[in-house]
Design a protein around this ligand. Structure first.
Ligand code: 13P
Length: 262
């Protein structure tokens, strides 16, 4: 299937790298990609550093020499005020963040984020002009009990409650059992779930949005398996954890077209 969606390779650094290490990684990454401009221009790349690194990375991205998007890993449901430890969408927008990860399984697990909280965070992102990168995915228990699609589909339906037709979003399908395990989903299984998620997007925010939305796969993505995922019609990119922390590996993932042979 020919798709007009620009692939998105997103690096979720999680709680890794201080601001000096972050600056070094972005610079080295850009350097590693300097000879592949033509491939690299047909792919969007966003890095999601910890909050403490955002300002430092922003100064590089802002200089316009490094064409990566900048995103945050979470945001507050609140606009401002007495919410110690929280960071607002407005603060992130001011730092030139364009995207924000919402509902990552690690936040659902570590912070008890419910589907209602995820939906509220999606609204907070949109209110500040940030594109929400909505993460959904089943645990191994869910997989055994309900199959692969049921839980991610239900999570996305709730996250998109009250979202207006045609809104720009990104969806990331990350099976919890595949994250950091070295055991990625098969491309066929990921395709099946991503197609089901695209159907939810169509039902909730319209066919045009469904056709335009990038649906990513995440969970043990590497330079050796990215091509197989990218060949699937409903997979438009990857949300990469561990592999985004290593310069050569992440550069190779960004240059997946080399492996796909397009
Ligand atoms: P890994 O790529 O380390 O499996 O992490 C995936 C992930 O959780 C990205 O958000």
């Amino acid at each position: 299937m020919v798709t007009t969606r620009t692939p998105l390779i997103a690096g979720n650094w999680k709680m890794n790298l201080d601001h000096l290490q972050a600056v070094a990684l972005v610079q080295k990454l850009f350097w590693a990609l300097r000879d592949a401009q033509h491939e690299f221009e047909s792919v969007d790349v966003t890095v999601f550093p910890p909050f403490t690194d955002l300002r430092s990375v922003q100064t590089l991205v802002d200089a316009d020499k490094i064409p990566f998007g900048l995103g945050a890993q979470d945001l507050s449901v609140h606009a401002s005020g007495a919410h110690t430890g929280d960071v607002s969408g407005a603060m992130l927008a001011k730092l030139a963040c364009s995207q924000v990860i919402i509902g990552h399984s690690e936040r659902r697990q570590d912070h008890g984020e419910t589907d209602a909280v995820v939906a509220a965070k999606v609204q907070a992102a949109l209110a500040n002009g940030l594109v929400p990168v909505i993460c959904v995915g089943e645990t191994s228990e869910d997989l055994e009990k309900f199959g692969a699609s049921a839980v991610p589909v239900a999570q996305l339906e709730q996250a998109l409650e009250g979202v207006a037709a045609g809104t720009e979003i990104v969806v990331a399908y990350e099976p919890v059992w595949a994250i950091g395990s070295g055991q990625a989903a098969t491309p066929e299984q990921a395709q099946q779930v991503c197609a089901a998620l695209r159907a939810v997007i169509a039902e909730k925010i319209g066919d045009d949005a469904a056709a335009a939305t990038r649906v990513l796969y995440g969970g043990s993505v590497k330079s050796t398996n990215i091509a197989a995922f990218m060949r699937e019609p409903d997979i438009d990119g990857a949300l990469v954890g561990g592999g985004s922390l290593k310069v050569d590996e992440f550069a190779s993932i960004i240059r997946f077209q080399k492996h796909v042979g397009v």
